[in-house]
Design a protein around this ligand. Structure first.
Ligand code: NAD
Length: 288
């Protein structure tokens, strides 16, 4: 590996430390930050995730309040509960775990959250502010990709940046943040022709396509900074007695780490920073 490894765990630790410092300051003023985490139904994955999130939040000095709503709840019932949380002055931030039970649309539910409490940055109002280049609660993964870039010390002004992916919570917000940082930004997606013609121009390449190993050496300009947002669980062929899995990204790390100047690994790159960013957003929401 010739590229500098961007250490997501170390960046996450710094973000948690800063959040802890702020949370303490707020608590001393009688305003302990509180995250209301809404679980509709009883998805096992969400429950596990909630438990680990609660532990991290508590360590940083943020209250984590699990709000459980039965699986058969209607949109009107969910609206009622979220309205209560919106009005509750002790709640600084609200998030809704996914997947939601069939019949409840995630975007419809998220749009019920008060934008000032939208700590995942998924509310149309916050995405609108972001598109306008104004201060907003930013989607955690997009903010994490930017924090990984910032850790390399790169000045983005005037740089060629290419984003692969245009989802509302990753690709588009990353493109908006890069634009705000004065980079020249190209957004690629499934209809892009000759992907490598674009990615090879990139001094900064952000990959959020959700395709295992999409980006190889041939896609990367020598010396580029490469941020891999992709996360996939893959089975590892073994002796069959124990099923093993590993986490991989959208970038073929082995190849690309020989041409890039800096790169995020998967796991240990954008993932842990995303988790820390949520806490940072809760503190930010509590301050406003
Ligand atoms: P998505 O499926 O909503 O969007 C993927 C985007 O990539 C689409 O806009 C699509 O046009 C584009 N795309 C797909 N295949 C392409 C191709 N072959 N060439 C060019 N563009 C292509 O996914 P998402 O929610 O934006 O997530 C992207 C990846 O990031 C996933 O692997 C997801 O698991 C991961 N993710 C990681 C974190 C984290 O914390 N690390 C958080 C969120 C998402």
């Amino acid at each position: 590996v010739s590229a500098q490894l961007i250490d997501g765990n170390a960046i996450a630790a710094r973000i948690r430390d800063a959040a802890q410092h702020e949370a303490k300051r707020l608590a001393q003023r009688g305003h302990r930050p509180c995250l209301a985490a809404v679980l509709v139904g009883d998805d096992d994955g969400s429950r596990l995730y909630a438990a680990s999130q609660a532990e991290t939040a508590h360590r940083v000095g943020i209250e984590h309040r699990l709000v459980e709503i039965p699986p058969q709840a209607t949109l009107d019932e969910v609206r009622g509960r979220i309205a209560e949380l919106n009005a509750d002055a002790t709640v600084s931030g609200i998030l809704v775990y996914q997947p939601l039970p069939a019949g409840l649309d995630a975007a419809a539910v998220q749009s019920l959250i008060d934008p000032r409490k939208d700590v995942e940055g998924v509310q149309p109002y916050n995405l609108g502010l972001l598109a306008m280049g104004r201060d907003a609660l930013v989607p955690c993964t997009a903010a994490a990709a930017m924090a990984c870039l910032a850790s390399t010390g790169i000045d983005l002004s005037g740089r060629e940046a290419v984003v692969v992916g245009r989802s509302a919570i990753v690709g588009r917000p990353v493109a908006a943040l890069l634009t705000a940082a004065h980079a020249t930004v190209t957004v690629c997606h499934t209809r892009t022709l000759q992907l490598e013609d674009h990615t090879r121009r990139a001094e900064v390449l952000i990959v959020a396509a959700g395709r295992v190993g999409l980006i190889g050496r041939e896609h990367v300009r020598p010396g580029a900074v490469v941020i891999d947002v992709g996360t996939h669980r893959q089975r590892v062929p073994g002796d069959g007695s124990t099923a093993r899995t590993k986490t991989v990204g959208d970038v073929r790390f082995e190849e690309v780490s020989h041409v890039a100047s800096a790169i995020t690994p998967v796991p240990g790159g954008v993932g842990p920073v995303t988790v820390a960013m949520l806490l940072s957003n809760v503190v930010k929401a509590a301050e406003s």
